[in-house]
Structures are given as C-alpha cells and as structure tokens.
Write a protein that binds this ligand. Structure first.
Ligand code: PLP
Length: 462
C-alpha cells in the first residue's frame, strides 16, 4: 500500500512539482504563467488550515473554492465515509435507490425553504444548474405550453461551466468565446449599488427592466435563474434586502419559474441556511452543491416544488420522463458525508453562529475602510468581497492587466493565507467553523497584503 510516508520516500518534492507541470492542466489557470512559478502542492489539511509538501501552513481563506464548512480532516465526517465504505462505495439511482441518498433527500427537504418537496441528485454545481434549466424547459413542454422556451439571466452571472450553465452565464471573460455554441437568454442587470448610485437606484434599474421584459415576452419565457442575495463570481455583489422577494413576486405574477442557484450561498454561508430565506421566498427550483458535503465529496442536488415534479409524473407512453442522469448520481459515500455534515451544522448551531461571527467580521473589516484603494467592502455572512480601485474618488477600476487581485493574493499566500481574487475583488470566504481569532488573523494578512500590493499607487495618491 502507498502510505503517505512511502509517497514521500518515492517522490521528492521537486519530482512532484515536475510531474505536476508535466501531466496536469489546471482549471481557470493560464498554464504559461503557472509553469513559470513554484507550484503550491497541498499535502494535508487540519482544521481551517492546509499544509503544503514543504510543511508550510496556510489558512484556507477561500474554503477550497467556497466549499468548506467544518474545516479539514474532521473526525465525524471522516468516520461517516469510513462507515459507508464498509457498506458500499457506489450503487446507481437509475431505477433503484441506496440508503444514504434516501435519508439525505429527507434531510434536504427538511432544511430547504418550505414548499420544495423533491430532490434530484447530481455531482456538481454546474450539473445541478444544468438539470434546473432542463427541468424548467421540459416542465412547460410537458404541460403542453410549448412556446415557453427562453430564459432570463442576470448581468455577470456565473452558474458553472457546462454548456447550459455557460449559456446563462454572463461574465464576458469566461463566456464570450463560447457564444456561437450557446443558447441566448435575456439579460437584466444584477443590482450593483456601489456602481449604480446606491441601493434604491440599483434595485429600481433591475426591477424596471425585468417588468418591461416580462410585459413583452413572458409568454415565451420558461424561467429566470438568479444567484440569490450574493452574486459570487462577479465579485461578491450583494442584492439589497427585499429585491429578491420583488423579483420572485413579479415572476409569479407573469407565470415564469424562478430558479435559485444556491450553489455558493447554501448551507449557512450567508448567515441563513439558504440565501432565499433572507427574503422569505421559495423558488420553484433550487440548485445546491459545494457546502452540501461540508466540502468533502462531489454531491449536488436540484430541489423542486411538487408542481414541477407532477408535470413529469405520467403514464410512460406520454413521454414526460426526465431523461437525465449521471453515473455518480446519489453516490452513497457523498450522501453519507452530507448527512454527517448536516448533523454537525445542527449540533453546532452553525447557521446562528455564522450570523454572530459575521457581525464580528464586519467590525474587523472596518479597518479596510480608510485604505485609499479600497473602494467597496461587501459582506453577507462569511462571504466577503473587497473591491480595489485605482481612484477611490472616481471609482476608476484598476486595469485588468495590472492584475492587482492576483498580486494581493500572491502576497497573502506568502504570509500564510490562501484565496483567489475575482478580478479586482479580493475574496474572503473562510470555513464556517473559523473562530473570531482565526478570522482576525486572516483579515490582518489580507490587510497587509492589500497595503503592500497597492503601495506603489498609494505613494502616487499621497
Ligand atoms: N453556481 C454558482 C453560483 C457558483 O458559484 C458555482 C461555482 O462557483 C457554480 C454554480 C458551479 O459549481 P461547480 O464548480 O461545482 O460546477
């Protein structure tokens, strides 16, 4: 057996680095840049820290891409996988079931906004979204309302990287190149108060455009997809209170389905179990992933209202079946660890804890407010985006080519904090279990890194 010690004996760190460069193609990474740098190779994790092959430790300041809930190497979560491994590692949900997938579905419905009644599994955020879109589309076809075939998405939306999810994506850098391959949704603005004259102006712009679109086109629109309350990948843009409810009401009035993409926001991240709860709404379809397993294994789910399920429930000859599935749909190991994750969330009263910690964090983030290149500090629960600007007065952004975000995150990594920027926005999405002290450490590292990276420009300003 290749134990950890044996791996170290067989491969020196340099050899691992060389193999990494020789064989791997990394996601969202320009490999030409990557190849030139010393690679970070993680060897282990404990609590909210990750350790590289040299033994250097880092705070996991972005929860390993927004997934982690209870930290790494959590005994209860490890044990859940080990126990399930003793039973069966995988068996399919195509026409049959397995024990943890049933029990998890029950728990998901228990925690989900009231009115969601059925769970359809997949394995990643993008697949959960893909399923949501196909379900919404087929829902109207199955009901004999064939004209409702289009979708509404929001400016700078990100819903994952499969073709359907990319179609409802609206971040030019990621999505533009694929345009000829995609279907074209209608796009309305996501409220961006910092750059749109404050909360009211931003919300009104969104609602006015939505209303106009619905008046003209509702009969041809199947659904609107929304990142509820926080639009993540666009730079942690936060919807003012009440906006989501107004969107939901409007869609209902025009008979258009609402798909909530809770992939990033679900499972306590924003200080509620699901972000939809901030505005007290229940979407028709809800996609979840990331935090569902505490960040351990790839499980995702699409939850629907009974009316959606019923539109597919018919005699076989009517051909209303949802012909969609994946090899690992409802994987028992993933479902078992997701169940343990939910148990821990409840035992530790994690959601209330996040709400409390987020107040502490808000206080800590105030230290950034006077920095000359910090334009906006956005926070919902333990989701933070710090927008850096070249000129605070005019809000002029740094040019993308200056890669200010990348520079800040490189410095943070040297100082022992891992995170990834979103353009000029510095992200802090720590594991939900982070203590106030750990949050303070992470904020301090970010503060120093931002100061250092923006120093050149600051000298010019002062
Ligand atoms: N939807 C949202 C809102 C996301 O933030 C992401 C990923 O960041 C996705 C979907 C895609 O999830 P995955 O990377 O698991 O496919």
């Amino acid at each position: 057996m290749l134990t950890k010690e044996l791996v170290w004996l067989l491969y020196s760190q340099d050899e691992l680095a060389a193999k990494n460069k020789q064989y791997l193609w990394h996601p969202f990474t320009q490999m030409k840049d990557y190849i030139e740098e010393e690679p970070l190779i993680i060897a282990s994790g404990r609590g909210i820290k990750l350790f590289d092959v040299h033994g250097k430790e880092y705070y996991d300041g972005f929860s390993s891409v927004w997934l982690n809930v209870h930290g790494h190497n959590v005994p209860e979560l490890n044990q859940a996988i080990i126990e399930q491994l003793d039973q069966v590692a995988h068996s399919t949900l195509l026409g049959m079931a397995n024990v943890p997938s049933i029990l998890l579905a029950e728990q998901l419905i228990r925690y989900a906004p009231e009115g969601l009644t059925k769970v359809f599994y997949s394995d990643n955020g993008a697949t959960a979204v893909e399923i949501s879109l196909k379900m919404a589309f087929q829902y109207w076809q199955n009901r004999g309302i064939a004209g409702k075939r289009s979708f509404i998405t929001m400016n700078n939306a990100y819903h994952g990287d499969t073709i359907g999810a990319t179609s409802v994506g609206a971040i030019p850098l990621y999505h533009q190149v694929y345009k000829p391959l995609l279907f074209s949704p209608y796009v309305i603005p996501y409220p961006y108060p910092y750059r749109e004259g404050g909360d009211d102006a931003a919300v009104n712009a969104t609602l006015d455009q939505l209303e106009q679109l619905l008046q003209e086109k509702a009969t041809e629109i199947a659904a609107m997809i929304v990142e509820p309350v926080v639009q993540g990948a666009s730079g942690m843009i936060i919807m003012p209170d009440g906006c989501l409810k107004k969107i939901a009401d409007m869609l209902q009035a025009y008979d258009v389905l609402l798909i909530a993409d809770e992939v990033a926001t679900g499972f306590g991240r924003t200080g509620k179990m699901f972000a939809c709860e901030h505005d007290g709404i229940t979407p028709d379809i809800m996609a979840v992933a990331k935090g569902i397993t505490g960040g351990y294994l790839p499980v995702a789910a699409t939850l629907v209202k009974e009316a959606i399920y019923e539109a597919f429930y018919a005699d076989y000859e009517e051909q209303k079946t949802f012909f969609h599935g994946h090899s690992f749909t409802g994987n028992p190991l993933g479902c078992a660890v997701a169940l343990a994750n939910l148990r821990l969330i409840e035992e530790r009263q994690m959601v209330a804890e996040v709400a409390k910690k987020s107040e502490q964090l808000a206080g800590m983030l105030q230290s950034f407010a006077d920095e000359p290149h910090v334009g906006d500090i956005r926070q919902k629960g333990l989701m933070v985006g710090i927008e850096l600007v070249r000129d605070k007065e005019t809000k002029e952004p740094y040019h993308w080519n200056e890669r200010i975000g990348v520079r800040v995150c490189k410095l943070a990594r040297e100082k022992g904090l891992l995170t990834r920027p979103l353009g000029n926005v510095i992200v802090l999405i720590p594991p939900l279990v982070s203590t106030d002290e750990e949050l303070g450490d992470m904020v301090n590292i970010l503060f120093e890194s931002i100061r250092e990276a923006t120093r050149e420009a600051r000298v010019g300003v002062e």
